[in-house]
Design a protein around this ligand. Structure first.
Ligand SMILES: Cc1ncc(COP(=O)(O)O)c(C=O)c1O
Length: 356
């Protein structure tokens, strides 16, 4: 039976948050950790402890063969002072699906969720209260067994670390330019694209770097076989609003099933939009733009919630949208989702998990 141990030193002084919170640069002073080893009955050693570096053998399988998965979610201090997490059970479900795909052990979802809530209780002073700020939660699981032979590791570690973050767009919700690439692919069907695993992000870095050089903030990936169908943006799912339909690419196996995506689909259904998950080719989007049937495009993800797209470039074609004002539906979804997350709007679907 895996039990949660608390093994911490008293905090020496009050938590003081810096003025400017750069994403993912600051960590709270405690983490949750547990280890997996079949010889100890699987997951064991579950502990909330002081933040410390990890000792890893240089032959650890995660470093060589990429058995490493992670998650990303947020805790919010709501306007009435309550602390709430957005759909954390969905992130743990996805962690388990990623684990299965990468031949890694699954976790007991309730145990991990309760341990996470205990960690956040301890770290509640680290949750920023300023508008648009939150506490980013990063669980990571990686293989620890030292072995140069290629096979799945026998041992693993799960760590949950926390990082206070500011708003994704400090200067306000601003449309972003996106570059569509057919020079590289991120993932292929039946590959590991739908898993939140380290290698998928490594696969995207060169394209991302080249897009940045051209002045684009992220890459829009096309399918790995024909480079024809739209998949997703670097760290966001994508929605295309045509005049009479809102479309998001169907989950083909090579796209990360975003929790914001799932929530946006639900909201659009609640609002009676004609929302469809289907294959959508880049050519359909280009044609709709030329025929004035394309209204707006936006991305969805935990970090920015909604990102309106200001322009989309695909080879010599350039699709221009409003570069200053976000699209109308993107804005409405942003207001609704952040309203629910910060406790300003009714949580009709019971998406928030409260700390106490
Ligand atoms: C590749 C990728 N796609 C989509 C998303 C959006 O997923 P979510 O809404 O769960 O944050 C993310 C971010 O986690 C991502 O890394």
């Amino acid at each position: 039976m895996n039990e949660l141990n608390i093994d911490i030193l008293e905090r020496e002084s009050k938590v003081v948050l810096p003025e400017n919170l750069v994403f993912g640069k600051i960590y709270t002073d405690h983490v949750f950790e547990m280890d997996y080893d079949p010889e100890f009955g699987g997951w064991h050693n579950a502990t909330i402890k002081n933040f410390s570096k990890v000792e890893l053998h240089p032959a650890a399988i995660s470093l060589h063969y990429g058995q490493s998965i992670f998650e990303g979610l947020k805790a919010y201090k709501q306007i009435d002072g309550r602390i709430a997490l957005f759909r954390p059970e969905k992130n743990i479900e996805r962690l388990n699906r990623s684990a299965k795909r990468m031949c890694m052990p699954e976790v007991d979802s309730n145990f991990v969720l309760n341990s996470l809530l205990e960690l956040i209780k301890l770290e509640r002073d680290w949750i920023p209260t300023r508008p648009g700020h939150s506490l980013y939660i990063r669980p990571i699981m990686f293989a620890t067994e030292p072995l140069l032979g290629v096979r799945a590791s026998e041992t693993y570690k799960l760590i949950i670390m926390l990082s206070p973050v500011g708003p994704y767009y400090p200067e306000g919700f601003k449309p972003v330019p996106i570059l569509v690439t057919d020079k590289y692919v991120r993932a292929v069907r039946k590959g590991m694209g739908e898993a939140k695993t380290a290698g998928n992000y490594a696969a995207g870095m060169l394209a991302q770097k080249e897009a940045k050089k051209e002045g684009y903030s992220q890459v829009l990936w096309l399918d790995g076989i024909e480079q024809k169908y739209i998949e997703e943006v670097g760290a966001m799912n994508i929605f295309i609003r045509f005049k009479d339909e809102v479309v998001t690419p169907a989950l083909s196996g090579s796209i990360l099933p975003g929790i914001t995506r799932m929530s946006v689909i639900q909201l659009l259904k609640d609002w009676n939009y004609n929302i469809n998950e289907r294959l959508v080719s880049i050519h359909e989007v280009l044609e709709a733009y030329e025929n004035k049937k394309l209204v707006e495009i936006f991305g969805t993800g935990t970090a920015a919630v909604i990102s309106s797209i200001s322009k989309l470039k695909f080879n010599e074609k350039l699709l221009m949208f409003d570069e200053v004002k976000p699209g109308e539906l993107g804005m409405k979804l942003y207001e609704e989702l952040t309203g629910i997350q910060y406790g300003k709007k009714e949580d009709k679907h019971g998406w928030m998990t409260y700390l106490d």
